[in-house]
Design a protein around this ligand. Structure first.
Ligand code: SF4
Ligand code: SF4
Length: 206
């Protein structure tokens, strides 16, 4: 009989990041983090919670407790489908979906994603493509995502990709937006700058 593998689940205070909760609460979307009463309504109403490593309620509790590595490297925030059901049902009117977005941004900033998980890479590649040319091109974005996360999957999906190309559902040529892509770029940069300013001001007030 194989010996049972025992995993240490105890986390000592010296291993957590005591500022993590405040960091997220000072981000756009994370403002209501400390209003949560841990009732669990969001977890029971969330259609994705059965697939998540941690339920939304637990993610909020762990964020406040400073479990930054666990929160940022689990799949919960990336599986959130932004359906807003939790936000509608929350008795404290917490915009949990927006908390998830704040955590996604923090995960991208710290490059801490679940290993081989495609969604963070997809979010990043999609943003980069729109920032560069005003719109994303499916085949280029998907190829980059597979190369970054699971190149074997690219080979496995090649036949389907060729079929879609033949049926005209995918295009090799990079489509361009009408108008000047620099306008979209300026808009995205302005939003990013504004958000950064707001978050810095909020962090200084904490
Ligand atoms: S429903 Fe709202 S108050 Fe209840 S656990 Fe979820 S976030 Fe917290
Ligand atoms: S917005 Fe995200 S966390 Fe909230 S119920 Fe929908 S999938 Fe779940």
């Amino acid at each position: 009989m194989r010996p049972l593998k025992i995993e240490r689940r105890i986390k000592y205070e010296s291993e957590v990041n005591p500022n993590f909760g405040k960091e997220i609460a000072s981000m756009t979307g994370g403002e209501d983090l400390y209003s949560c009463i841990q009732c669990g309504t969001c977890s029971s109403t969330c259609p994705m919670s059965i697939y998540m490593h941690y339920t939304p309620r637990r993610v909020i509790a762990m964020t406040r407790a400073g479990f930054d590595k666990e929160v940022l490297s689990n799949n919960t925030v990336w599986l959130c489908a932004s359906c807003y059901q939790c936000s509608v049902d929350c008795p404290k009117e917490i915009r949990i979906t927006d908390v998830m977005y704040a955590l996604k941004r923090k995960a991208i900033e710290r490059k801490m994603y679940p290993r081989g998980f495609a969604v963070p890479a997809l979010a990043k590649e999609f943003y980069n493509a729109v920032h560069r040319s005003g719109r994303s091109n499916e085949i280029h974005t998907v190829t980059k995502v597979f190369l970054k996360t699971n190149p074997l999957k690219l080979i496995k999906n090649a036949v389907m990709g060729i079929r879609l190309l033949l049926k005209g559902r995918l295009q090799l040529k990079i489509e361009k937006m009408e108008g000047d892509p620099a306008e979209v770029r300026d808009l995205l940069d302005a939003v990013r700058k504004k958000r950064k300013g707001l978050e810095e001001a909020a962090a200084n007030n904490h």
